[in-house]
Design a protein around this ligand. Structure first.
Ligand SMILES: C[S@@+](CC[C@H](N)C(=O)[O-])C[C@H]1O[C@@H](n2cnc3c(N)ncnc32)[C@H](O)[C@@H]1O
Length: 210
């Protein structure tokens, strides 16, 4: 299910010039990545982190559900041989390759719990032994938790500012990752991970190793 596709298509029509990498991308690059590693990004938006990793000499495969945005990125960066932008629902992907890193920034809260479960299993299968699943996501301590309209029959899910978010419980996602086979190398929910537009909200960051 491609939720909020129109919302994100409209959003990224106006965001194609903001290409600064996130702090999380820099953290992953500085602590986990090496040149020539393969990285798959789940939900790349305007591609700013995917392009950062590619400029750092990683081989990058970046998915998003937004066809217009992905087509724009495919044309604009056609000369970069170490990055592939692909259209797809990341919770429904076929097996692709064995990646050293799979990267999800602010995208696990865009999908349902059922989709998340499928995604965790897919990520585990598509990582090399010793590879890392890198997650940054909104959790229940996030400042906008419970704002907006509650989604019926879905725990901790709300429509706010015209799009869906499901706020994760840190302990639950860590348990789900462990049950999938991952070892949690780092997990925290706090401020400081992703200050944006003058605000420093509370987010979850997890590094899980296969
Ligand atoms: C909040 S944005 C984050 C973009 C990027 N990761 C960043 O940090 O700048 C969420 C992105 O995930 C994408 N997305 C959400 N659910 C998706 C799904 N099931 N499959 C593919 N992309 C999805 C949206 O289209 C949007 O581009």
């Amino acid at each position: 299910m491609n939720r909020d596709k129109n919302y994100w298509e409209e959003y990224y029509k106006k965001q194609n010039e903001n290409l600064l990498p996130s702090l999380f991308a820099k953290y992953v690059m500085n602590n986990l990545a090496k040149p020539e590693y393969t990285l798959i990004e789940l939900g790349c938006g305007n591609g700013r982190d995917a392009l950062f990793f590619a400029n750092e000499k990683l081989n990058v495969i970046a998915y998003d559900q937004c066809e217009d945005e992905i087509c724009f990125l495919q044309v604009k960066y056609a000369q970069l041989k170490n990055i592939q932008f692909k259209v797809g629902d990341f919770s429904e992907l076929p097996d692709i390759t064995r990646a050293n890193l799979i990267y999800s920034r602010f995208t696990l809260h865009s999908i349902s719990k059922e989709q998340e479960q499928k995604t965790l299993i897919w990520v585990y299968r598509n990582l090399t032994e010793g590879g890392y699943f890198c997650i940054e996501v909104r959790g229940k301590k996030n400042e906008i938790y419970k704002l907006g309209k509650k989604v019926e029959n879905e725990e901790d899910s709300y429509i706010y500012n015209n799009h869906y978010r499901r706020f994760l419980n840190l302990d639950t996602i860590c348990t789900d990752l462990k049950n999938t086979g991952f070892v949690i190398e780092f997990a925290a929910e706090k401020k400081g991970f992703a200050p944006f537009a003058g605000k420093d909200e509370t987010y979850i960051r997890i590094i899980a190793k296969k």
